[in-house]
Design a protein around this ligand. Structure first.
Ligand SMILES: *[C@@H]1O[C@H](CO)[C@@H](O)[C@H](O)[C@H]1NC(C)=O
Length: 142
């Protein structure tokens, strides 16, 4: 477990994406968005980008869901989100407060999306609507 934590830290530092924490109750150890170290993330269509987050939950977690918000030109648009507990690739639900977990999701960028800039807020929410993870990052669809 100790070695795994150290390894995750090293991996996180070498490939981490700089994101804004928008009120996570959990502790984010690293966040990695594929092909993006310094946002805005330039994304092409159609494509899927890994969104990997290593975190420790702020409380016991039995259920998780993902919600995504895209803020475009002053308006909020909900974006189809992937699952929750099924996206925990290291460990599994229930999640415990003193342990490190890796969440791995894909951000879908569909062919029909227009070329524009947006701020993406990526939320991983527990059974009591607490935002275990909330990260925000700008993207530009090219
Ligand atoms: C995200 O995690 C998956 C599964 O562990 C891995 O295969 C992939 O390379 C990771 N991507 C990034 C950008 O870290």
């Amino acid at each position: 477990m100790m070695h795994q934590a150290i390894l995750l830290c090293i991996l996180g530092i070498t490939s981490a994406t700089i994101v804004q924490d928008c009120g996570s109750v959990g502790t984010i150890v690293s966040s990695d968005i594929e092909d993006c170290e310094l946002p805005p993330c330039l994304v092409t269509r159609p494509n899927n980008y890994d969104v990997n987050i290593t975190f420790t939950p702020g409380n016991e977690v039995t259920e998780l869901r993902t919600e995504i918000d895209a803020y475009i030109g002053g308006l909020h648009f909900p974006w189809p989100g992937p699952g929750g507990c099924d996206l925990i690739v290291e460990g599994s639900c229930p999640l415990h407060t003193n342990e490190l977990y890796k969440y791995h999701a894909a951000m879908p960028v569909l062919a029909e999306y227009p070329a524009l800039s947006a701020v993406v807020t990526w939320m991983v929410i527990d059974q009591d609507d607490r935002h275990q993870v909330c990260i925000a990052f700008p993207i530009t669809i090219v």
